[in-house]
Design a protein around this ligand. Structure first.
Ligand SMILES: Cc1cc2nc3c(=O)[nH]c(=O)nc-3n(C[C@H](O)[C@H](O)[C@H](O)COP(=O)(O)OP(=O)(O)OC[C@H]3O[C@@H](n4cnc5c(N)ncnc54)[C@H](O)[C@@H]3O)c2cc1C
Length: 528
C-alpha cells in the first residue's frame, strides 16, 4: 500500500550509501537506453506527480527543469548502479504474485455446473468479488437467517481486481493525522460556510470516526481468521514506514496527535528498532503501525467467499459482467451478457471500476494506478511478513519472494483495472531498496499494475448512492483492507434491518452525498 502523493524520491539523508560497484559504461548505456525507449505515457504522468510533490513552490519551468535533471541522474546513475540488484531476464509475467496460486473459485459455478443459469430475481446483488464483495457475502451468510438470496456478480474471477494485485498488508487504516490533514484540505471546497477553526474541528471528528471504524475492522478481521480457521498466511507483525529528514517534523506531529486522541496504533521507532523489525537501514526515526498485519490477500477473498457459499442464501457467478443497472421503482434490473435479473438491493463493490458503470461518480471516485513486482531473492536482511515502506516505495518478504512497488498516475475511468506496469518504476524502486538494504540480487518474475480509488477528500464512501437501495463501499484510498470488512458488515446489517451490532459508518460522515451533493449532505454537528 502506498499513498497517492508518494511516487518517486530523490536520495535522502535517511538512506545509507553503500559503496557503488563499478558499473561498466556499456551497462550504463544499455540500461539508460532500455529505460528511455521503454517510457510510456503513464511514466510521464507519474513524473508529473513527482515534480508537483517534490518541487512544489517552484514555477512550472523550474519544476520541469529539476525533473529532467533528476530523471537523467536516475537513468544514468542510480538505476544502472542497481542493475546488478534487479535481474530482468526472459519473459516477465503480468500475473500478480498472489494470483499464481490456483484460484479455487475460478469460473464458479460454470466450472462444476456448465448448465447453471442466472436467477430471475434476488434480494441483493453485489457487483464485484474482491475484498469488499467477498466481505458483503460473508456477513450476509453470517447474519441473514431468512430466505433472502444474495448474488455476487464478478466480471472476472474472485480477487482479480486490486484485491489480488496488492502489497499484502492488512492496514489499520490511515493514521489520525493523515485523515485529519486530507479532510481539512478538502473542507474549504465542501463547506464554504465554515471558518477555518470550524473546519479544523470537523476534520478532527472525521478522523476520529474513521480511525474508530478502522480499528474495529482490523480486530474483526483477526477474529474472523482465527474463528473460521482461514488459511491466508495472516501475521500481525506491524508496518515500518521509513521517513527522511524532511519527514521528521510531520512524523513527530502525527505521533503526538495519535497520543492525544488515543489512536495509538501509530507511533515512531528509532533506527535500531527499524533495523531489528524490518532489516531496513535508516538514519532517522520511522513511522510504525504496531498492529498492521500481512496476509495473502487473494486467499482472504477466496476464504470469505468459500465460507459464504456454504449458506444456500449466497450465490456467486464469475465471468459475468454487469453491463447496466436500471431503476424500475421497487426493483433494479441488472443486465449482464448472460441475461438480466431483478434485485431489490444493490451493492457496488467495484472500487476503482465504479465510475465506469456509475458515471455520476466520475469526479468522486478517482482511479489511480499502483503497481507491484516480485521475484526470488531480494535483500537477505529484509525481515519476512512485516510491511515495509521507504519514503516512496513499498516492499515485503513473503515466503521465498520479495514483493515491491509504488504508486502512479490517475487513469481514465474506462481503463480502471488495466495491467500496464512501468518498468522505469520497478527499476527505480529496486534502486531505492538498495539504498536502504544494501546490495542484493533479486530475479524479477512478475510485474503488474492495478487501480485503487481515491475520493477528493481521501475519505471513503460507505452508504446509499441514490437515497433508495443502491449502496456503495468505495474510495478507500489504497487502504481497502482497512475499510472493506467492517464496511461490508455495516451495509449488510442495514439491508437486513438489523441494529444489534454497532454501525461504524454514520451517513453524516460516510454517505456519498458528502461528495455528490455537499450542499444537501446531512453534515455532522460540529462538536464544541
Ligand atoms: C499495487 C497495489 C498495492 C496495494 N497495497 C495494499 C495494501 O497493502 N493494503 C491494502 O489495504 N490495500 C492495498 N491496495 C489497495 C487494495 O488492493 C484495494 O483497496 C482493495 O483491493 C479494494 O478491494 P475491492 O474489493 O473494493 O476492489 P477490487 O479488488 O478492485 O474488486 C472489484 C471487483 O469488481 C469487479 N468488477 C468491476 N466492474 C464490474 C462489473 N461491471 N461487473 C462485474 N464485476 C465487476 C472487478 O473485476 C473486481 O474483481 C493496493 C492496491 C494495489 C494495486
Amino acid at each position: 500500500m502506498i499513498e497517492s502523493r508518494q511516487a518517486m524520491s530523490e536520495p535522502t539523508s535517511s538512506t545509507r550509501s553503500h559503496s557503488p560497484a563499478a558499473v561498466p559504461l556499456s551497462t550504463r548505456l544499455r540500461v539508460a537506453l532500455e529505460l528511455l525507449f521503454g517510457l510510456r505515457p503513464a511514466d510521464l504522468q507519474t513524473a508529473r506527480i513527482y515534480a508537483d510533490a517534490q518541487f512544489a513552490g517552484h514555477s512550472i519551468v523550474v519544476r520541469w527543469a529539476k525533473l529532467v535533471g533528476w530523471a537523467w541522474r536516475q537513468m544514468w546513475v542510480s538505476i544502472p548502479d542497481a542493475s546488478q540488484e534487479l535481474i530482468i531476464e526472459g519473459r516477465i509475467s503480468r500475473t500478480p504474485m498472489w494470483l499464481i496460486d490456483a484460484n479455487p473459485l475460478a469460473n464458479h459455478p460454470w466450472e462444476s455446473d456448465p448448465s447453471a443459469r442466472l436467477p430471475q430475481e434476488v434480494d441483493t446483488v453485489v457487483i464485484g468479488a474482491g475484498f469488499t464483495g467477498a466481505a458483503v457475502a460473508y456477513h450476509w451468510a453470517r447474519r441473514c437467517s431468512e430466505d433472502r438470496p444474495l448474488l455476487v456478480l464478478e466480471m472476472d474471477d474472485p480477487a482479480s481486481g486490486s484485491s489480488g494485485r496488492n502489497e499484502g498488508l492488512v492496514v489499520m487504516g490511515r493514521y489520525f493525522k493523515y485523515v485529519y490533514d486530507t479532510v481539512l484540505e478538502a473542507l474549504p471546497r465542501l463547506r464554504t460556510d465554515l471558518n477555518r477553526d470550524q473546519q479544523a474541528r470537523l476534520a478532527r471528528q472525521f478522523a476520529r470516526v474513521y480511525c474508530a471504524a478502522a480499528y474495529r475492522n482490523a480486530d474483526l478481521i483477526e477474529k474472523t481468521i482465527r474463528s473460521e480457521g482461514f488459511d491466508c498466511d495472516y501475521s500481525r507483525s506491524g508496518w515500518v514506514q521509513g521517513q527522511d529528514a524532511l519527514g521528521q517534523e510531520g512524523l513527530e506531529a502525527s505521533v503526538k496527535m495519535a497520543v492525544e486522541t488515543g489512536f495509538t496504533d501509530w507511533t515512531s521507532i528509532g533506527p535500531e528498532e527499524v533495523l531489528e523489525r524490518s532489516g531496513m537501514q535508516v538514519e532517522h526515526p520511522a513511522g510504525f503501525s504496531r498492529a498492521a498485519a500481512s496476509w495473502h490477500p487473494a486467499k482472504w477473498v477466496w476464504c470469505l467467499l468459500g465460507a459464504a457459499l456454504r449458506k444456500p442464501s449466497v450465490e456467486l457467478m464469475t465471468r459475468t459482467r454487469v453491463a447496466g443497472v436500471e431503476d424500475e421503482g421497487e426493483r433494479y434490473r441488472v443486465s449482464t451478457p448472460r441475461g438480466s435479473l431483478l434485485t431489490r438491493h444493490l451493492v457496488y463493490a467495484t472500487e476503482a471500476y465504479t465510475p465506469k458503470i456509475y458515471p455520476l461518480l466520475h469526479d468522486c471516485i478517482l482511479p489511480m494506478q499502483q503497481q507491484g513486482a516480485s521475484g526470488d531473492g531480494g535483500p537477505e536482511n529484509m525481515k519476512p511478513h512485516v510491511g515495509i515502506s521507504g519514503s516512496w516505495y513499498f516492499a515485503g518478504r513473503y515466503a521465498r519472494r520479495v514483493l515491491f512497488g509504488s504508486g502512479g498516475p490517475r487513469v481514465p475511468d474506462g481503463e480502471a483495472g488495466r495491467n500496464r506496469p512501468s518498468r522505469f518504476l520497478s527499476r527505480f524502486v529496486a534502486a531505492e531498496m538498495k539504498k536502504q538494504f544494501g546490495p542484493y540480487r533479486l530475479r524479477m518474475a512478475n510485474e503488474w499494475s492495478g487501480t485503487v480509488s481515491y475520493t477528493p477528500d481521501e475519505y471513503p464512501i460507505v452508504g446509499l448512492l441514490d437515497g433508495k437501495r443502491r449502496h456503495i463501499i468505495g474510495g478507500m484510498a489504497g487502504s481497502g483492507s482497512g475499510v472493506s470488512f467492517n464496511g461490508g458488515r455495516c451495509i449488510v446489517n442495514r439491508i437486513l434491518g438489523l441494529d444489534d451490532e454497532p454501525d461504524d459508518y454514520p451517513p453524516a460522515y460516510f454517505a456519498p452525498s458528502r461528495l455528490i451533493d455537499p450542499a444537501r449532505h446531512p453534515w455532522p454537528e460540529i462538536e464544541p
